[in-house]
Design a protein around this ligand. Sequence first.
Ligand code: FE2
Length: 278
Amino acid sequence: MVDLLVDIHNHILFGLDDGAQNIDETARMARQAVKNGITHIIATPHHKNGKYDNPATVILSRVNEVNNLLQTLEIPLTVLPGMEIHLHGDIVKGLKQSPTDLLTLNQTNKYILIELPYSHIPHFTEEIFYELQLLGYVPVIAHAERNREFQKHPNQLYNLIQKGALAQITAASVTGVFGRELQKFSRRLFKHSLVHFIATDAHNTDRRGFELKSAYEYINLHFSEKHVRYLQENAIKLVNDLDFSVWQPSKFEKRTKFKDLPKPGNLVAFFSNKRKEE
Ligand SMILES: [Fe+2]
């Protein structure tokens, strides 16, 4: 098992978005993170999501403030800077004109956390991802499992991953705290090697807290220790701005429709020939 445990998506910085509301809540979240074995958190306040705009300078100074607090309170946790950037048409223009306005994950040269809307995948997503990649960035899709269009058409996620994007899913979805459906869908994404990171996306210590330890336990139980190591090491490589090779994803086959089912007499032959969907 690796020594460092990195949470790459988190709202621990107080007073910037719908995450921690005050300094005490930040401290409580930090203690909960440590209980989950986390050693490093990339703080990713919302940016450009229609409600919150958080300039890089504000985030950087809040990260310093919080790290000083953690030292004073002797909480063994390091907070690193980042941003959860809502996908919008001007990301690439912004990065070209003033790259320091936006924060990549831990200010790496490559990894950038992008939030898609929950309801759909904007038509320009693929084009923006392509342009980001031309500039040397690797888009990391935040909580990919929660997007309703990916849920209905998971091959849309497969296509983006095939083209070089990475996907993060939420620990609470894995453990079932966000409901049975999201847990099932998360498992399908694992089966198809479409998950590269698990992160908490913690906003507080109760309803949207830290589930990382139990999420990894779940993965260990239902998949393997190799999966756990892969996910944990990917996060360490990300935080160090290193390249890493990902597992080859597999495409989702079309589900069988009732009209495709054979007549009763041919059932045995049909099922023995039928390719497994997952
Ligand atoms: Fe988030």
